[in-house]
Write a protein that binds this ligand. Structure first.
Ligand code: NAP
Length: 220
């Protein structure tokens, strides 16, 4: 079920982005990407959507949904344009992006533009996602890249998808921000610093709850 707060955002605004990801943990790269997209596309709101149980993930290797949600909430609280939805956190069974987007669309006002922001890796397997054609036609996709990505290969992939499917996929390059959740998890495991990579509250949460200390992630 959609939280009332999120429902009002969807009803009252015309340009909304959904920022989907595992966020294990959320870091400054995600926040900069969301803010960059918001500014570039003149968006009213960015709703962060921590993933629940996506079918392609090994559940044992992903940090608990509540911990990931709490960290996203802390990281986004100070930005009035950001919000967080528990939609996928609270759903039982596997979570598919299309199911969430359908619910969002069902409460949004007519003519609302919905963007879906996620990592550029998603472009390579998006056609395997549930009801991919519907998803691609309902949302404008923003694929966020990190330094070192293969631009030519990504463009070719997008062109192939575009030639066979009705869709709107854009690439957003975030220059010089090479922060990754994997690196942060490994740093915690090794005892290296994560200050300046994640917001202070998120670092404090990771330390307090001893997340990532044993294996770069912990169990549900
Ligand atoms: P992921 O494991 O969280 O991340 C894959 C890569 O993309 C990582 O390099 C990650 O960097 C980056 N990334 C992820 N989200 C990002 C974001 N919002 N902004 C910038 N970079 C991001 O991703 P995933 O599990 O593939 O999931 C991504 C989204 O796609 C989720 O919303 C998920 O539910 C959805 N999805 C849906 C289906 C389906 O419906 N069948 C299937 C697959 C994925 P970091 O590690 O640094 O975050």
């Amino acid at each position: 079920m959609i939280e009332n707060r999120i429902k009002y955002i969807l009803q009252d605004n015309k340009r909304i982005a959904i920022m989907g990801g595992t966020f294990d943990p959320i870091h400054f790269g995600h926040l900069i990407a969301a803010e960059t997209v918001r500014e570039k596309y003149n968006l009213d709101k960015v709703i962060f959507l921590p993933s629940g149980n996506p079918p392609h993930k090994d559940k044992r290797r992903v940090t608990s949904k509540e911990d990931r949600y709490n960290m996203v909430q802390m990281a986004t609280a100070s930005n009035k344009y950001f919000d967080v939805s528990r939609m996928e956190i609270d759903r039982d069974g596997y979570t598919y992006t299309i199911d969430t987007i359908r619910e969002f669309v069902s409460v949004s006002s007519k003519g609302t533009d919905i963007y879906f922001i996620t990592g550029a890796d998603a472009v390579y397997d998006i056609l395997t996602w549930k009801d991919a054609d519907e998803l691609l036609s309902v949302c404008r996709f923003i694929a966020v890249t990190r330094p070192g990505y293969n631009k030519k290969e990504l463009e070719e992939e997008i062109n192939t998808i575009k030639s066979n499917h009705k869709c709107n996929i854009n690439v957003l390059e975030i220059p010089d921000i090479a922060i990754s959740s994997t690196d942060i998890r490994q740093r915690v495991m090794k005892g290296s610093f994560i200050k300046y990579l994640v917001p202070e509250h998120v670092e404090a949460y990771i330390r307090k709850h001893a997340i990532y200390q044993n294996r770069g992630g912990h169990n549900e």
